[in-house]
Each structure stands twice: as C-alpha cells, then as structure tokens.
Design a protein around this ligand. Structure first.
Ligand code: NAP
Ligand code: ZN
Length: 347
C-alpha cells in the first residue's frame, strides 16, 4: 500500500512530500493509522547525514502514536481502534540475552524504526513522518492516556523512555540528587520524570530564558552551566547526572559535580566527539561515566503506564507537515518548548 510521507532525498536537501510503500499486514503484524509523530534531534542528525550511514530517501520519525487500523491473524490483545505507539524499535533478533531480558534496545540485531535494513522496499526502514506504519505486534505499545492527550504522548516514545531508562537504572528517587543537562525534548521529560520519581532535581541549561520554565516542569533548582560560580556551588553533590546535550562540550565540568560513586550518563549523541575528560575526575571519587540508549519494549510500556498514572505528557508545539524544515532550524537554536509534534493529517 502507498502512503504519504515526508522525507529527505539527500543530506543537503530539505525534507519534502513523498509517497512510500508499506508492506501487507502479516500474521503477527499491526497496521497503524499514525495520528502524530514527534520530531527528535536524532531525526535531524540522520536526515542531514550528520551520523554516518543514512540511506536516502530518509523518512525520519520514531515518536509515533495513532490507532490500530488492522491486525494479522495471530495478533492477540490488540484491536482496530486501540490507541497505540511505536518508538525507536521495530524489530530485533528476539532470542539473544538482551532480547530475552526485554532489552531489545541492546540487541545487536535491533532494527530501528527508520534507516535500518529490512526486507521491505526500499531496503531500509522508513519512519513515522508518514500516514501509516506496519509493525510486528511485539514492538507496539499500549497508550492508556485519554485520547485528547495523544499528540502530547508522542514524545514519550523516544524522549520519555530515553530519560526514564537511565533514571530507573541508576535508581533516581527520594533522597537522590539528580541533574538533567539540556532543557530540550529529552531534558524537559527528564525533569518531569525525575521529579515524579521523587528525586531532588537540578536542571542545567545554557539558556537563561529557560530557567523559570524548568522550575515549572518540576526542577527544584536551576543552574546556568556557563557560570563557573553556579557550577561550583554544586561540586561533589550529585548521585546522578543525565546529560542530553546534542553538541560536544566539556564533560569535566559535570563530572566534578558528582559525589563519590556518582554517575554521569550521556544520552545526547553529538555528531562529533566530546573533548576527553580528565581521568582524575573519575578515579578520585570512583565516579562513573556512562551512556544509555532508549529503552526496551517492556520498560517503554512501564514508562507509558507510569506517565498515564502520574498524568505526565510532553510540552509540545503541534505543527503541520510543511513546517518540518522550519522546526529543524528552530530546534538547532534551542527555540522549541519543548518538542515539535507533526499532525500527520497534514501530510
Ligand atoms: P533538543 O530538543 O535539540 O535538546 C538539546 C538541548 O541541549 C538544547 O535544547 C539545549 O538545551 C542543549 N544544548 C546546549 N548546547 C547545545 C548546542 N550547542 N547544540 C544543541 N543543543 C545544545 O534535542 P533532543 O531531541 O532532546 O536530543 C538531544 C540529543 O540526544 C541528540 O543528540 C539526540 O540525537 C540524542 N538522543 C539520544 C538518544 C539515546 O538513546 N541515547 C535518544 C534520543 C535522542 P539548553 O538550552 O537548556 O542548554
Ligand atoms: Zn529520538
């Protein structure tokens, strides 16, 4: 079946309308009418070829929400009309230690929602800036938020799980001091989630104008990361800092803020490397410098249910498809509060 989509024909061309093919619904497949798709900074990195290996045409989008349109003969527990989501994963090997642990995100055979190899035309996956998606039921998430919140749920499928997973893994909660660096799509979700988990939350930003908003999102304090005096006031005090920044920068400034055994976890994935941190900033206090990638399907469902229970959604700007290129430019300037979401009826 042909559907409308928006994608890039090359790294130096803006995204444009196009038609793409979706496969027939197989026995274990679910066809989803996409209602909304969030715009992640990873979409920009890949559409513009900033990370190696983009296939063109590239249709980005891995913050997908909509309704089930049809299910295959062997699909159980999902019916047409159900509210569902698809995040960054549409396939994996399903039998390695990572898949068996529910951590498909770390499976060597993980297939991402776009730009990964597939038997479907054109040979690589095409994402959610499109009208429909056909996906194996294992990777379909249930949405329990009320339907009017659907557009604001979309960013949970990547920005939400990418911050939820490290917060859970490093035990954010009451009595823990947690920093979130960068108040963008991921960062603003990190603030909301860490706050809902009961941690003391400090937001680090380069944008003076976002500090008041960060308090409203749930931060107990804010720090202008370019001000050494404000940074020094927090030296040696954090259990965990989750860093979402999409550009290379000085990691030592944040390592110095960790307590003994504290962890600085990188989720931001800049196109070029950070300057190497000073090893003494790690060994002197047995600190950890770590990374984390999205989350498994089980944990993504847990995160969606946690958000439904705590009435957490993303703060979004809903846009029409013809504003996608402008949204990319504004995202680069940090000019978004805090996630663009495409209304896919405008494709
Ligand atoms: P975003 O909305 O653009 O937010 C990034 C934030 O980083 C900005 O709002 C800004 O916050 C801060 N920042 C500071 N200096 C910056 C600079 N020079 N350039 C850009 N940002 C700067 O991006 P996002 O969608 O949250 O994604 C953030 C990063 O995470 C991207 O690299 C993305 O590819 C990556 N990502 C990783 C995973 C994973 O699994 N690990 C998943 C999704 C996305 P302030 O204004 O507050 O300083
Ligand atoms: Zn993403």
């Amino acid at each position: 079946m042909q559907v409308k989509a928006y994608g890039a024909q090359s790294g130096d061309h803006p995204l444009e309308p196009m038609r793409i093919q979706r496969r027939d619904v197989g026995a274990h497949d679910v066809r989803i009418d996409i209602a909304y798709c969030g715009i992640c900074h990873s979409d920009l990195h890949q559409a513009r070829g900033e990370w190696p290996g983009t296939h063109y045409p590239c249709v980005p989008g891995h913050e997908i929400v909509g309704k089930v349109a049809a299910v295959g003969a062997h699909v159980s527990g999902l019916r047409p009309g159900d509210l569902v989501g698809v995040g960054c994963i549409v396939d994996s090997c399903q039998h390695c230690v990572d898949c068996e642990a529910g951590l498909e995100n770390y499976c060597d055979g993980m297939i991402g929602t776009y730009n990964f190899p597939t038997a479907d035309a054109p040979g690589w996956t095409l994402g959610g800036y499109s009208q429909q998606l056909v996906v194996h039921q294992r990777y379909v998430l249930r949405i329990r938020h009320p339907e009017p919140q659907l557009a604001a749920v979309a960013p949970l499928l990547c920005a939400g799980i990418t911050t939820y997973s490290p917060l859970r893994h490093w035990n954010a909660g009451p009595g823990k001091k947690v920093g979130i660096v960068g108040i963008g799509g991921l960062g603003h979700m990190g603030i909301k989630l860490a706050h809902a988990m009961g941690a003391h939350v400090v937001a680090f930003t380069t944008s003076e104008g976002k500090r008041e908003a960060a308090r409203a999102l749930g931060a107990d304090a804010t720090v202008l990361s370019s001000d050494p005096a404000q940074m020094a006031a927090h030296a040696g005090s954090f259990d965990l800092i989750v860093n979402t920044v999409a550009a290379p920068h000085d990691l030592d400034a944040f390592l110095a803020l960790l307590k003994r055994d504290g962890a600085l976890t990188l989720v931001g994935a800049p196109a070029t490397a950070h300057p190497s941190p000073n090893v003494f900033n790690l060994i002197m206090k047995r600190r950890t410098l770590a990374g984390s990638m999205i989350g498994g399907i089980l944990e993504t469902q847990e995160m969606l249910d946690f958000c439904a229970e705590h009435n957490i959604v993303s703060d979004i700007e809903l846009i029409a498809a013809d504003q996608i290129n402008n949204a990319f430019e504004r995202m680069l300037k940090g000019d978004v509060k805090y996630r663009f979401v495409i209304d896919t009826t405008t494709l």
